[in-house]
Design a protein around this ligand. Structure first.
Ligand SMILES: NC(=O)c1ccc[n+]([C@@H]2O[C@H](COP(=O)([O-])OP(=O)(O)OC[C@H]3O[C@@H](n4cnc5c(N)ncnc54)[C@H](OP(=O)(O)O)[C@@H]3O)[C@@H](O)[C@H]2O)c1
Length: 282
């Protein structure tokens, strides 16, 4: 399994996303079982947010991680931009910690930029580190200009990760953002790595090349899509699944290595961007 370092912690490059989990009470047991299927195989990262179902996804995480060693888990939570200032950040964080049933988060992200000045958010995040409520902080949906502004702040370089949309059909960040992050040793957390189960364009699952490469590896097209997001170093991928079978497949995709020919064919079929693109978000 490939690994990635975040805040000096070595983690398996396949983690677990949780958006939309918890929305249907009838799916509770399956969703808990899906998260545990990943954890039981060795996954350590669980990604959630106060926004997801207004705490419902955090509470699924709470139920799923019961009985697991806390120090083996790496839990990521996110604060909404409207809550990311002096007034509300600590209250939001306390609520999220309560929902997840833990004393601290390994990583706490600003979910996306809002109107609260970055300096105020950073100040508040730093306080939470000092209070032991979070081990580290990072950002999400940040582009090059956002990172440069962040790094111009006195403690801006304490940011340990940036979470952005990244999958086979959303490679825009490879033009300038990813090279900049690599230069600064800032890991990427790739969200929606399966293009939301191919719901974005609907073209990936029927793609001949992806089907061919999947057959070469006795894998599914989804596993190929997921493996592609972590083919380079410094990337953590966080697929979401509410099914045990999919969760296991996603973990196994971390072992899939492309041949040089497959890499080249994928690069021809899904070309790198040749110019700056607006940061894609969901
Ligand atoms: N920071 C941000 O702004 C942001 C934005 C979006 C997402 N995220 C994070 O990133 C995570 C992942 O992104 P996402 O949830 O948008 O989409 P995703 O992980 O790209 O795709 C999830 C979809 O793929 C399906 N799926 C998962 N594994 C599969 C497999 N092995 N075979 C076939 N289908 C499979 C799931 O269905 P089943 O449930 O039936 O398996 C679900 O419909 C989120 O859950 C969240 O934690 C962050």
């Amino acid at each position: 399994m490939k690994t990635v370092h975040i805040n000096n912690v070595e983690l398996p490059a396949v983690g677990i996303g949780t958006w939309n989990l918890g929305d249907d009470p009838n799916c509770h047991d399956d969703e808990v079982a899906a998260i545990r299927a990943g954890l039981n195989r060795g996954a350590r990262v669980v990604d959630t947010a106060e926004m997801y179902g207004e705490g419902r996804s955090e509470r699924i995480v709470r139920d799923a991680i019961k009985g697991y060693r806390r120090d083996q888990l790496f839990i990521i939570d996110k604060v909404l931009p409207t809550n990311a200032g002096h007034q509300r950040l600590s209250t939001s964080l306390e609520q999220s910690l309560h929902n997840v049933g833990t004393d601290y988060f390994d990583l706490y992200l600003l979910h996306w930029r809002g109107t609260i000045p970055l300096a105020e958010t950073v100040d508040e995040l730093e306080k939470m580190v000092t209070h032991g409520k979070i081990r580290a902080w990072g950002v999400s949906n940040f582009d090059v200009s956002d990172l440069k502004e962040l790094w111009s702040l006195p403690k801006g370089h304490h940011c340990v990760a940036n979470q952005d949309l990244y999958n086979l059909e959303e490679r825009g960040i490879e033009y300038d953002l990813l090279p900049l992050m690599k230069k600064h040793h800032l890991p990427l957390i790739a969200y929606s790595p399966l293009a939301q189960g191919d719901q974005l364009s609907g073209k990936l699952t029927s793609d001949r090349l992806l089907q061919e490469i999947a057959a070469n590896h006795q894998a599914s097209v989804y596993q190929v899509m997921l493996a592609w997001t972590i083919k380079d170093s410094g990337i953590l991928t966080i697929p979401k699944s509410s099914s045990v079978a999919h969760a296991i497949a996603n973990w196994q995709a971390g072992e899939l290595n492309f041949t040089p020919d497959e890499r080249a064919a994928l690069a021809r079929r899904f070309p790198r961007p040749q110019k700056k693109q607006l940061l894609a978000t969901i």
